[in-house]
Design a protein around this ligand. Structure first.
Ligand SMILES: [Zn+2]
Length: 462
């Protein structure tokens, strides 16, 4: 039985989907004005892991992750770059897919874009207005009236008055209450806008998720995920919008991924410690990098903060290489395509129990390292097959083990050494022994030992 920590209930609860065997999952995606940073990578990877595990556990999952392709940051960046909003967002969506692919994420079932759902957003705002929860203001904006929604504050666990005291909310003469938030913004010059019964304008950010989740998944979702920082106000506002319109519960299980810190400090532009995922990936070995970062991001439990340092990342890479080394040394008994996990096996059972306990990847990874120990002790191809398959449920250990262990840097070095060996053979054939010796010395200087045998020359690192 799968148990999930529900942020709304503040406890782990047994997971019961709305429809048996099916899961409707929505995750707040990216605003595509720049490459995504390594903190975003954690949230995206966590929910990819959740998606993969739900599938491995036998659920038919519809996973929706939105793309915010119109907002202030996008407009500002496109203007600064001297390009259209569409050129910028198309480029950034392509880059997002590239980076997600490098981190071995599966594509969501749907990636709706805000600009393609304007009518759905206006429909939802219309429903809210009918229910007395939205009001047009004199300046052309449309606001949500938080005082008209009795459940406002239930996710953050605070009353409206607590929230008003705790948050620095800008006083705005057009709002009835400072916590009221914008659903529709009146058009400003030189900004993209759409026609509506409220006049020309564009949607507020919060309404996107309520409208797109309703369009893709219906009024009630099984799981809604996002970063920890989105709980207030974004998710609180999503609840107010969706439940305020439909009168039905919006989300049965709210999941939030904790922060990634940089060298024990919160990531922030002012500290200059914000790294894009591609910067990090480009510094790593091309063969090992993506899976190593994925491993690093998932080795802690998703509700625990994790600390990013270069050394910790390298350590994670080394740990992953050690699992691949076991698979290289003792190849699995059966091909991956023909192998089925026997969940009654004690190791598989422990892995399953860990993942069923609120996706405890830290415990599940420990099982992978126990299996590595078994493989070394007993040289057991059966354990190797299980290791590869359990890793595979979370998107790991599917590459060719020998190539992965060698890595890209070593692969290019290997090509150079092979070329030198071939040149030495040629020199010997031409009876140019001085040249052959010179090449042998050059190879030796690279810390490589040549072994001339009956089948030719092989080499190994000294
Ligand atoms: Zn959202």
């Amino acid at each position: 039985m799968l148990r999930i920590h529900n942020s709304l209930a503040r406890e782990k609860q047994a997971f019961t989907p709305i429809e048996p065997g099916k899961v409707r999952m929505y995750v707040c995606g990216l605003t595509v004005y720049d490459y995504f940073h390594i903190g975003n990578a954690r949230t995206l990877t966590v929910f990819d892991m959740v998606y993969r595990w739900l599938r491995a556990a036998g659920y038919d999952v519809k996973y929706v992750r939105n793309i915010t392709d119109v907002d202030d940051k996008i407009i500002e960046r496109a203007n600064r770059n001297g390009e259209t909003i569409e050129t910028l967002t198309t480029r950034m969506i392509d880059a997002m897919h590239e980076d997600c692919d490098r981190l071995l994420m599966l594509r969501p079932s749907a990636e709706p874009r805000a600009t393609q759902h304007i009518d759905d957003m206006l429909g939802l705002i219309g429903d809210l207005e009918k229910n007395g929860r939205a009001y047009p203001a004199a300046n052309g904006d449309v606001y949500y009236a938080v005082r008209e929604f009795p459940g406002y504050g239930k996710l953050s666990g605070k009353s409206i008055d607590d929230l008003r005291a705790g948050e620095r909310v800008a006083v705005d003469g057009h709002k009835r209450d400072p916590l009221d938030f914008v659903l529709w913004k009146a058009a400003k010059p030189h900004e993209p806008h759409w026609c509506s019964c409220y006049g020309e304008g564009r949607p507020g950010w919060h309404i996107e998720c309520s409208a797109m989740s309703r369009a893709e998944l219906g009024d009630t979702l099984d799981i809604h995920g996002g970063g920890w920082d989105l709980q207030f106000p974004h998710h609180e506002n999503e609840i107010a919008q969706s439940e305020g319109a439909s009168g039905k519960p919006f989300v049965n299980y709210w999941m939030h991924a904790a922060f990634l810190n940089m060298d024990n400090e919160k990531m922030s532009k002012s500290l200059g410690n914000v790294f894009t995922t591609r910067e990090v990936l480009n510094k790593l070995d091309a063969v090992q990098g993506g899976e190593a970062v994925r491993f690093f991001l998932l080795r802690g439990h998703y509700r625990s903060e994790i600390n990013y340092t270069w050394d910790l990342l390298q350590e994670a890479r080394g740990a992953l290489v050690s699992l691949y080394t076991a698979l290289r040394d003792v190849p699995p008994a059966v091909s991956a395509a023909d192998y089925r996990i026997d969940w009654a096996d004690p190791h598989a059972r422990r892995f399953h129990d860990a993942m069923s306990d609120d996706f405890n990847t830290a415990m599940a990874f420990a099982v992978l390292f126990d299996l590595r120990g078994e493989i070394h002790r007993h040289r057991s191809p059966a354990h190797a097959a299980l290791l590869r398959a359990l890793g595979g449920t979370l998107g790991f250990l599917q590459a060719d083990p020998a190539a992965f262990v060698q890595g890209a840097a070593q692969a290019s070095e290997a090509a150079e050494i092979e070329a030198l060996i071939a040149a030495r053979v040629q020199a010997k054939k031409a009876r140019d022994f001085a040249e052959a010796d010179r090449i042998r010395d050059e190879i030796k200087a690279r810390g490589v030992i040549l072994e001339d045998g009956a089948g030719g020359t092989t080499w190994r690192k000294a």
